[in-house]
Design a protein around this ligand. Structure first.
Ligand SMILES: O=C(O)CCC(=O)C(=O)O
Ligand SMILES: [Fe+2]
Length: 377
């Protein structure tokens, strides 16, 4: 049996003082970060005082942000600013002050996808360009998956803070799915019921300074595969979202601000009315950066499909039903490559005029997917 070897830790490379990044980290020219042309930022929505009148206007802002961006900031959301600050503090203390050999006590299993713990490589494929990132992944919900003894105990309040943060941020995810449902004219609980009890993971990402940020990515372009991701970042910044084919930096707002990223299952459930956000992280040469992404996903056995209330003769289902576990397996074996995985679920067109239109407007990869679906379904 082949035993997977321990991956190189990016922090160790950064501490070695290299002047050039090793070749495995160099992105092909088309994926390298170019200088962002946009000075805009994602919309920011305050959830303060949600009485019925405020709720109407917040719903409208959410609808616009979800349609135009698939990403937005929320503030005044009920997760205490001290807890948001604490989760960043414990993460940064672990990465900055705990020696690598000590961190390796928590190393995740490099041979199994999405295993809990301290890691550096998300994908097992040998041909992927590597991300300039180390991370710690925590399995936090349902409670049967949560075992804080598998998490660092340095700093001493690490486990308490992650536990509290997990519980509070799940409440916010629920509230946001409710507002997103309402913003589409669905009953408040609709999306939450379709997702079922949350499978929640918290990934703390640490991006060490990189000697050649113009050649690398901290995290390659992808959309998250679950339902909704809530992310906090430090003041360094580096998250970018794709908007109208431009990479737009998500500028840190500080305070209690949380970035909401719609993920693929929400795109499917909303039948494409809301798109999942394609995003990536860039690096810089002088300051380490930290982010905390909390993923809220369905259980692996849940079947996800467009909500029937959103389907009519004029709005046929755009995506085929998928068992969530199959979707995740495909993501890990093929790699994210932007939004390739969700593209593969697009339903074939239904009539000849659509067929002609689709062929006219798709690139060669979409054409492969299209032909495959047309002739195998
Ligand atoms: O570090 C970031 O800002 C992005 C993290 C992210 O997208 C992820 O972990 O899926
Ligand atoms: Fe992500």
């Amino acid at each position: 049996m082949e035993v997977a070897s321990e991956p190189t830790r990016v922090q160790s490379l950064a501490q070695a003082g290299l002047s050039q990044v090793p070749p495995q980290y160099i992105q092909p020219p088309q994926n390298r970060p170019n200088h962002p042309s946009s000075s805009s930022n994602v919309p920011s929505i305050s959830l303060f005082g949600l009485d019925p009148t405020r709720r109407d206007s917040v719903r409208a802002s959410i609808a616009e942000a979800c349609r135009d961006w698939g990403a937005f900031h929320v503030t005044d959301h009920g997760v205490p600013a001290t807890l948001v600050r604490d989760i960043k503090r414990v993460g940064l203390t672990f990465f900055n002050d705990c020696p690598v050999p000590e961190k390796l006590r928590y190393a995740c299993d490099p041979s199994s996808a999405a295993s809990e713990g301290y890691g550096s490589r998300m994908l097992e494929k040998d041909d992927t360009v590597l991300d300039w990132r180390d991370y710690f992944d925590h399995h936090t919900l349902p409670l049967t998956r949560r075992n804080p003894t598998r998490w660092p105990d340095f700093p001493p309040d690490y486990r308490r803070v992650v536990t509290e943060y997990s519980d509070r941020i799940a409440l916010l995810a629920r509230e946001l799915l409710g507002l997103i449902s309402e913003s589409l004219g669905l009953k408040t609980q609709r999306l939450e019921e379709a997702v079922g009890g949350f499978y929640q993971n918290i990934t703390i990402s640490y991006y060490p300074p990189c000697p050649q940020p113009e050649l690398t990515l901290g995290l390659q372009a992808h959309s998250d595969f679950g339902a909704i991701t809530l992310l906090v970042q430090d003041e360094v910044g580096g998250l970018e979202v794709l908007k109208d084919n431009d990479w737009v930096p998500v500028k840190p707002l500080g305070g209690d601000a949380v970035v909401v990223l719609l993920a693929d299952q929400t795109e499917i459930m909303t039948n494409g009315q809301y798109k999942s956000s394609q995003h990536r992280a860039i690096t810089n040469s002088n300051r380490p950066r930290l982010s905390v992404a909390t993923f809220h996903d369905p259980a692996k056995t849940v079947k996800v499909s467009p909500a029937s209330e959103l389907i009519s003769q004029s709005t046929p289902p755009l995506y085929r039903e998928v068992v969530y576990g199959d979707y995740v397996s495909s993501w890990y074996t093929k790699g994210p490559e932007g939004k390739r995985n969700i593209d593969a679920l697009l339903s074939p067109p239904f009539s000849f005029p659509n067929f002609a239109l689709t062929l006219h407007s798709c690139d060669s990869r979409e054409l492969d997917t299209f032909l495959l679906h047309t002739f195998t379904s």
